[in-house]
Design a binder for this molecule. Sequence first.
Ligand code: FAD
Ligand code: DHB
Length: 394
Amino acid sequence: MHVPVAIIGAGPSGSLLAWILRQRGIESIVFENRSREYVEGRIRAGVMEQNAVDLMIRAGIGERLQKESMYQRGVEIGINNSHHFLDFEKLIGIGVTVYGQSEVTKDLLGGLANERHNVLYETPVTKIEDHHSDKVKVTYEENGVAKQLTADFVLGADGYHGASRKSVPDGGIVMHEKTYPLGWLGIMVKAPQSKPVAFFTFHDRGFALLSMRTPEIQRLYLQVANDENLNEWSDDRIWDELDTRMGTPGWELIRGEIFQKDLAPLRSFFCESQRYGNMFLVGDAAHVVPPTGAKGLNSAFADVSVLSAGLIQHYTEDDSTILDNFSDLAVARNVQTQRFSGANTAKYHIFPGTNSFDRKMQQAELEYLVTDETAQISYAKQHTGLPFAHWPEL
Ligand code: FAD
Ligand code: DHB
């Protein structure tokens, strides 16, 4: 069998690519290692940039997002227990939107299922070969049986651990990586909102973040070691630590039932090229950022916007200009996002081996940010997201 486009992975990147291409009649097949329930239930990102929201709406899959998401005009910053509001809306005219990644994937995978799109769940891709030919060969495992097809293009949207990037021979793509001795202990909580916006806190004991998914479900994080043992964190210990790092007189963090605990080690990683022959890499397959500032899903959507624009131009106008520029455009944006996410992580986290001088400088930098409007405008532009280089014609 030969298909125009084979998409590896049905996370946010792969499912949005399949959805957009489908809107323009470009045929694709999607391979997903896991079940649909698993992908839809995966608790990860929660904050979308306005461009990511606009892409879903333009693609005709943003109806529930528009009804149920929570627009936020800025963020709060805690500096050793004093609280400061940064009003992005007032500074630059845009805020950010809370809508869980699980809701994004439910909308996209539900939309694809309604249109009977060919999404093969529990079907891992095991090999990709002949990247430089116009019949890129994809080997996959369906019900334990190895099968093959060929495609004009393979879109690697299979996350950091996926098969697409691993299929590139050594040296085929230059990569850069940094691991951190830090992790985020995350909890999902049934409780009303303690603040109307996300709350990023710098504290001598470490970073903490109050975010949310809905008015009734809150998402909180604590900086811990990357090899932390979750069993050592009882609910009471988590709440007490959050109170220590976030608390201030006259404000109380509202507690509730913790219904999930997870640990995410922090990582920075990116590829210098997001193309190898006729295979394109998008989202976490090509770049991973530490989560401070919520850039992972948004960077994935920026990639998807340019790549889908390029594929639509290629198939409908027989013009490959955007496609040929995809990698350069994507990498240029993603390097800036790496810089922002790394710097934002360094701003708030207490790194092992640093001393009281380093902490005082971190505090001074945040104090400068919350008092200087020029610094706030620069921060707001980066937090709310860089422009997308191309938009698909829909
Ligand atoms: P993935 O979501 O990893 O999807 C890849 C898919 O490919 C998976 O479904 C996987 O099962 C499948 N797959 C893997 N291998 C194969 C194979 N061999 N064959 C077939 N399928 C395969 N980002 C934000 O923008 N905002 C946030 O607020 C935010 N918060 C975060 C909080 C945490 C704690 C974490 C961990 C991440 C957060 N992120 C955030 C990052 C965001 O979740 C990711 O960047 C996003 O999931 C990337 O989407 P993706 O589709 O590229 O990759
Ligand atoms: C989440 C929110 C953020 O503002 C952030 O920087 C990282 C993660 C979240 O809600 O998961």
